[in-house]
Ligand binder design. Structure first.
Ligand code: DX5
Ligand code: ZN
Length: 218
């Protein structure tokens, strides 16, 4: 299993000073940043859009892990790719051409990911499993930061990790929602390698210590 990768979610950063929040991630020598994009339809909240990514892009080399919580993500792939996204993830739940959209993400030079909500069964993503760089298993119902971790998702995470091993696939397995040191350890045991952390990272009293402790998950 690859070493655990901690990926702070900018949603929990300072929205009046997003560039400053990006610097906090760089200061502790992390390399990925999670960007939560919400449309007020697929999830009952709004966040930011491609213009914000484009504005941040000149400030940082961080890998932009872009999570589209949109009913019609296929309409927004080009703007996010152009704005500097490195990886674009789309949800499996809304009805659109998932395979075609993943291919388009790739054709624009980005990595691609598929996302499942807590209530979505693992086999929903089977048709696209061999064509993604990342599978994101939501460990809360998406829409808001700061929610409690959903332990009932762990068997599904384990199932997807098993498929990855059995089918010799190379996608990253990411978890998102309610991740702290304790819940990250549970997800690590189930096979996760990439850990989105909003509240636990940005509210940590000592972020360097948090990152060092996280690295010990091994
Ligand atoms: C939830 C988002 C998450 C969120 C996680 O809709 O997808 O990325 O920022 O926040 P925490 O880590 O606070 O649960
Ligand atoms: Zn997210």
């Amino acid at each position: 299993m690859p070493p655990p990768l901690l990926c702070p979610s900018l949603l929990a950063g300072d929205h009046a000073n997003l560039a400053g929040s990006v610097r906090l991630v760089e200061e502790v020598r992390l390399t990925w940043l999670h960007l939560d994009i919400m449309d007020g339809h697929f999830v009952p909240n709004l966040s930011f859009g491609p213009q914000t990514l484009a504005a941040l892009r000149p400030h940082t080399q961080l890998f932009f892990d872009t999570h589209l919580m949109l009913d019609e993500p296929h309409r927004y792939i080009e703007p996010f790719a152009k704005a500097g996204a490195n990886l674009i993830s789309i949800h499996i739940e809304p009805a659109f051409d998932h395979a075609g959209t993943l291919a388009r993400i790739r054709s624009l030079g980005c990595q691609c990911g598929i996302v499942l909500n807590p209530g979505t069964p693992a086999d929903a993503i089977l048709p696209v499993l061999d064509r993604v760089d990342l599978v994101l298993v939501m460990t809360v119902q998406p829409g808001f930061g700061g929610q409690p971790f959903r332990r009932d998702v762990l068997p599904k995470l384990q199932q997807i990790a098993d498929w990855r091993r059995e089918r010799r696939l190379g996608f990253r397995l990411e978890v998102d929602g309610g991740i702290d040191l304790a819940t990250a350890a549970e997800c690590r045991a189930a096979g996760a390698d990439t850990f989105v952390a909003g509240t636990s990272f940005f509210r940590a009293p000592d972020r360097s210590k948090f990152v060092a402790e996280f690295a010990r998950l091994g």
